[in-house]
Each structure stands twice: as structure tokens, then as C-alpha cells.
Write a protein of this length. Sequence first.
Length: 531
Amino acid sequence: MSNYTQEINRRRTFAIISHPDAGKTTLTEKFLLYGGAINLAGSVKGKATARHAVSDWMEIEKERGISVTSSVLQFEYDGYCINILDTPGHQDFSEDTYRTLMAADSAVMVIDASKGVEAQTRKLFKVCGMRGIPIFTFINKLDRDANDTFDLLDDIEKELGIATCPVNWPIGSGKAFQGVYDRESQCVISYSDTEKGTKEGVATEVPIKDEEHLRELIGNDAADKLLGEIELLDGASAEFDLDEVRAGRLTPVCFGSALTNFGVEIFLKHFLNMTTPPLPRMSDIGLIKPTEKEFSAFVFKIQANMNKAHRDRIAFMRICSGKFDAQMEVRHVQGNKVLRLSQPQQIMADERKILTEAYAGDIIGVFDPGIFSIGDTLCMPKEKFAYEGIPTFAPEHFARVRQIDTMKRKQFVKGIEQIAQEGAIQIFTEMTAGMEEVIVGVVGVLQFDVLKYRLENEYNVEIRLENLPYEHIRWIENKEEVNVEKLIGTSDMKKVKDMKGNPLLLFVNSWSIGMTLDRNKGLVLTEFSRN
Ligand code: G4P
């Protein structure tokens, strides 16, 4: 095996998905702690300061104290080179959060044990499900009173439609949380208090068969309960099947507490064992294997305004095959140009490290003079193929937008089109209006503020936003077969066009979608667009 094949095969690139406050940040910090990337969990970045440090790029983030952008963390653990794709944790997340999932090979889903599956997890899960990537579940906060363990698993299965397979099983919760039972080794692992928050500290391991010691360790009541639950579990839960996991149909579940470190390292080990190295990607010349071709990558995110003075942009790309070397020339397929990627860097929280090389599975950021678009492919100069595009996801909030000073129409159009091109917002025009009205759609409402702020600061245009009641947008999949003019919708439905001229329908509620489908036989609507 060549050196670069080894490098690629030891890479694990995943995203962490969760509802805000489930513990994503804490779990990520603990992963870094085990990877030796930091000394003491929490000391890398107190959350409050980190949020400012990470996102100096946009004033608005500072003002709100939240992170709108996302970053990538790379660290080594047990011979693996791990890339964690961080997704904005606030509930005002954006389409970028979805796109980030396009660059991951698997996802870790963090669930709060006292809450079960929550709204944002459901949305993110749907996007992962669309790609069929493996999903690993960490049920967190067992040090607090938790829902019944079987109920938690039931909730995941019913809410998300994925089978679950517990890898370990919690012993008690809240004050009574003592540790976990590891099903593979058939041992109970209990933790000493000294381990809380730090890497050091001892875990005591007792085989489940050694009942005498088990009872000594966790007490008679907990032992009786555990033995009963294991019996039930062995009879009831889905059989572990790695192929099912890798196809995204079965999720291995671990229990623990990120804050106190209970179960975190076991989870990390199991996860790394089961998850995949960089996956092949579909292109217009077929599947491209990470190790089979020379360098290729696709752009999944564009971060504008990293340096306000220059209005510069960073394009984030996921390397899909081969090795990247800062000296080499690459082809930008959509722009049909051969170029050298400028200032290739790894963006880690508040640090930017200039890179000389990187491999399939890695994420790099490069300076973008305004030539890249989301979904663009880069490959070797002699090649010319394009990776499958990144879908456009359905926004959920809509507003009509007008510039206050009508003389500034040109700047307004330029600004809004550029911001839309970066993918922060989507713009639509009304098909019927005499004068073309602009409607903006966003995945998270914060993007409205970002738009207003950026138009004022970068384009000197003030705007007025008028919120619209629509919550759903659907692309017409079979638009060639449908006469959009003649579609009969509900009275509150609106017909619009996107920037590429595709017809779309806006709905106030899902009932209207159903009615419209009923009234127009043969109409096929989709929640995302690959056009
Ligand atoms: P997020 O990134 O998913 O939004 O969650 P984050 O890790 O920031 O955690 C949200 C809150 O939950 C934090 O408390 C954090 O300390 C707490 N937390 C995370 N994991 C656990 C756990 O295993 N057990 C318990 N009991 N708490 C946990 P906070 O008070 O909101 O923030 P902070 O001031 O402690 O940072």
C-alpha cells in the first residue's frame, strides 16, 4: 500500500448533529481531549470566548454571541486522523448546516437523555438519511435524570425510522448513574469520580458473569435491574449488522455523559471501529474512489467576508480523492480554468493553519477571488469531470424584500444576487407581479438579519423585509410535463421562480401541499432541488 493510500484509509470525516444544548460542543471537546489535542477539556476554549474567537469574521456573530459559521477540527487518535465537521449549534442554523453534511462520511447524533429526539435533530437526520451515511448515536447527560432507556430507543426508531442497536447500556441515571455495561466485552464499566472532566482517573471493569463482584461494585438493586434489562435487550434489540450500519439503516447507540466523561472514550473507540474511511463519490463519469484517482475535490461552502476590508471569501472544499499539494495546479471544472489554489488552509476554530498537503477525507479552505460556487469540482488539469451537485434545500422562512432607496436598485440586485450565490439565502421572484418582486427564503431566520446587515455594510443598501406566512416550498420535479400556469392550488399558494428560472410553489401549511397534489394528478413535488 502506498503511503498516500494509508493516509487516506486512516481518515475519518464526520459531522456531529444535535439539537442545541444536547451537548455537541462538550462531546467535541472531550474527543479532542482524548486525542491529546488539548490538555484539559474546556480549557481550549471556554465556550463564551470561543464563540467570539471563532467567528470574528462577522460582526453580527459577535453581537449575538453565537456562531453562524462552522469550522473543521482535525486531530489524531489511536492511529486515525479525524476530521470533525462542526455545524452551527444555535437553532437559527442555516443551509450551510445541511451542506456540511454533504462533506461528511458519517454523522454522530447527540441526544439529550431527558428529551429524546428534538426538532433540529429530526431535520438534520433527514439530510443524513437522504445520503444513506452511517449514523452513530450518543445519548448524553446520563448524569441527570433520564428517560427510560427502552423508551429512548423506541423514540429514535419511531421518530426517525432507523433501527437501533445499543452498544452499551446505562446503569442508572442522575445521581444513581454508575457507568455502563459494554455489550461486546460483556463487562460493566464503572467510573471513579476523579475522572469527571479530566482524562485521568480509573474505570473499574467487571465481567457481567462475575455476579459477586458486580453486586459489590454497583449494589444489589442496580445489579438486579441491569441483569433483567440485559436479558430483555438480548431478546428484543436488532441484531448488530455492520453492513446495515454503513448503509445508514441501523444506528449503534452508546450512553454516557459528555460533561463527566462517562462513556465518551468507549463511544469514540466503537465509533472509529465501525465507521468508514472516506467514501467514494458520484460524478458524471461514475463513482470516484478516494484512492483510485489523483486529487479531486468539491466546494461545499463559501464563507464571505473573512476580511471586511477586502471583501474576500474562503471556499471550503472536501477532498474526495488523492493527495493535495499546495504547489500543484488544478482544474476548476465549472470555470474551465487551470489554477493554483491560493492560501490553502485548515480552519480550526479560531486558528488558520497554512497547509502544504492534505488527503482525501480532509477539508481545506482556499482563498476565493469570487470564482467558485457551491458544488463546483476541482480536479487534475488533464481531467474533466464534475461531482454530483449539492442539492438546494427547502427554506422554511420567507420574506418579501425591498430596497428603501429606490434609486439603489442596481446595488440591491447585485448585492442580493452575490449573497444568494454564496448560498446564505435563496431568492425567488414572483411570476405574476407586474414589477418583479423579490422574495427571500432562508433555512434559519437569523439569515434575514445577516442579509440586512451585509447589504447595509457591504453594498450600502438599506432594505425592508416583510415576513410572509409561507413555511413550505416545493420544487416541481416533473416541470416539463406540468403546465405551471394552469396548476390549481389552494388560495394561499404562491407560484414563484428561482434564480435559474425553475418554477416553485410556496405553501402556508402541509395541508395545502396535500390539497394541491390531490387537485393536480401527476404533479410531483420535491423538498430539495438538484438543478
Ligand atoms: P450544544 O453544543 O449541543 O449546544 O451543547 P453544549 O455542549 O454547549 O452543552 C449545553 C449545556 O449542557 C452546557 O451547559 C453543558 O455544560 C451541558 N452538558 C453537556 N453535556 C452534559 C452532560 O453530559 N451532563 C450534564 N449534566 N450537562 C451537560 P450550560 O450551563 O448551558 O453551559 P456551560 O456554561 O456549562 O458551558
